[in-house]
Design a protein around this ligand. Sequence first.
Ligand SMILES: Cc1ncc(C[n+]2csc(CCOP(=O)(O)OP(=O)(O)O)c2C)c(N)n1
Ligand SMILES: [Mg+2]
Length: 620
Amino acid sequence: MQTRRLTMAQALVAFLEQQYVERDGREQQFFAGMFGIFGHGNVAGVGQALHQRADTFRYYQTRNEQAMVHTAAAFAKMSNRLRTFACTTSIGPGATNMVTGAALATINRLPVLLLPGDIFAARLVAPVLQQLEDPRTQDISVNDCFRPVSRYWDRISRPEQLITSLPQAMRVLTSPAETGAVTLALPQDTQAEAFDYPAGLFEKRVWAIPRQRADAALLRRAAQLIRESKMPIIVAGGGVHYSEAAETLARFAAQTGIAVGETQAGKAALLHDHPQSLGAVGVTGTPGANIVAREADLVIAIGTRLSDFTTASKTAFQNPNVRFTAINVNEFDAHKHAALPLIADARATLEELSALVAGYHVGDEYRARVARFRDEWDAEVDRIYHLEHGPLVSQGEVIGAVNEIAGPRDVVLCASGSLPGDLHKLWRARDTKSYHLEYGYSTMGYEIAGGLGVKMAAPDREVYVMVGDGSYLMMNSEIVTAIQERIKLTIVLLDNHGFSSIGGLSAAVGAQGFGTQYRYRDGAGQLEGDYLPVDLAANAASLGAYVIRAGDIGEVKAALAQARGSDRTTVIAVEVDREQRVPGYESWWDVPVAEVSDVDSARQARAEYEVARQRERYFV
Ligand SMILES: Cc1ncc(C[n+]2csc(CCOP(=O)(O)OP(=O)(O)O)c2C)c(N)n1
Ligand SMILES: [Mg+2]
């Protein structure tokens, strides 16, 4: 057998360079490079290996280990999971900083390869700097924290273990159903150890991404359910995007007349001007989508996890005879809500279903209602886009300004706060990849790091990162990476002095917004003094961004126009009115309210909660 004598880390990098994926005859390299921050836990191993291969496998320096996983996950999401990055860290805090990113990737079903450094396999020098010791066993390190948030987890304590572990890592990363974070913990001594690896390990390998077909009998039953239904709705999730099924879905909806509601991950599966598009569904849904969902006799769930935001905490579907059928590559998801499960690829299955339901069409009344809902919603979005609220602008107007200046292929990106709900309702999508919401984990701090990943995946599109002040404060470090790599982002920073979303939620549960504003501690010992003098625009400028402060909506529009013409990362800072909210429409979210309390507002909220909760349903 031909062999190559390499360190474990050199072998790892040589392997990653040679991994490709192929779907529908299109082949591409799976790893676009490696993000990393070096410390004693990886500098001599993976760091040395990357140095040696710097011309063929690109290393990107980042500021924060959590952020680099966000960037990798966003890149993978924008690439429909056909490409990603690896991430290398030192041991200890560098490693555990990635745990949040791992959870985000796994929950959103996005492939990322995490390579935390680990404590010495040989143990003699323990405890090494940053080692957590455990009196019960020496076979543990902080990297065991990655186990529950990884789809595949392994520790490479001997260099030859790579030979059997790497193919398993790739199997999971490229599996449509299983993908998520894959963690290979790499002891710092093993990384630098040499082994005679079989040369075959470093040959080009192409992983075929399958389009799994549904069981034929179940498919016929699903078609029968559709034929029998009078009031069906399609709930489109992220799986529609990952399967590249948007066009097929558009044809299926047009053919059958079935209206489509979209989850956060599924938004833009249909473009906003499609006659069957009712836009967002669920807690942050449009009235039309939520009314049709409420009355639906059949819900066709495609590529969705049916999270509480989609099901309005199991209150969205009130028809006593409602049935579900689910198209999902993931068996676990396909069975939710006692659905007739089509464990299969969305695109392939919609194509097959479309033939089986030929001739079926929803009734005229249904069709007319959908058209009316669409018109009414269009008018409502126009109203919110052009509210002319003052003296501070409303968030809805800023979203409108961004939507109106963005080109059809440009991307808006967000993750947490009050923006995701508003964007879900209001954003008019004119391209299937123009809307990027991380709402599986809704991680504050994802936005700027994620924007970087989107722009790296699609350099020809403008990327609009919309971020609240709370989220910006939590993680703005990757502005520096954007500057370093000359990657242009337009960051729209909406300052409302704290957590407007949670402030509103707090009021709704009777807690009166407690602890949700950025204010000084006052004489009474409460956080109710003046607003803190935080100047986020100055902060952004200090990191190297070009900064524009915008006061009114005219200035916001002028700033957006200026940013569009520039090739520099630009931050547009605008103060928004935290109390001018976009309302909810025909929906509800279960956030439990205190059962007993001294406070009137909490008792009142509890009474309302008990009534609302009665609409929750089991689907068995
Ligand atoms: C890392 C993290 N911590 C806490 C939360 C809970 N949370 C959700 S939104 C939010 C406030 C976000 O504030 P900001 O970014 O200013 O947006 P706003 O609510 O003001 O629109 C918090 C604390 C979260 N989603 N992520
Ligand atoms: Mg805020």
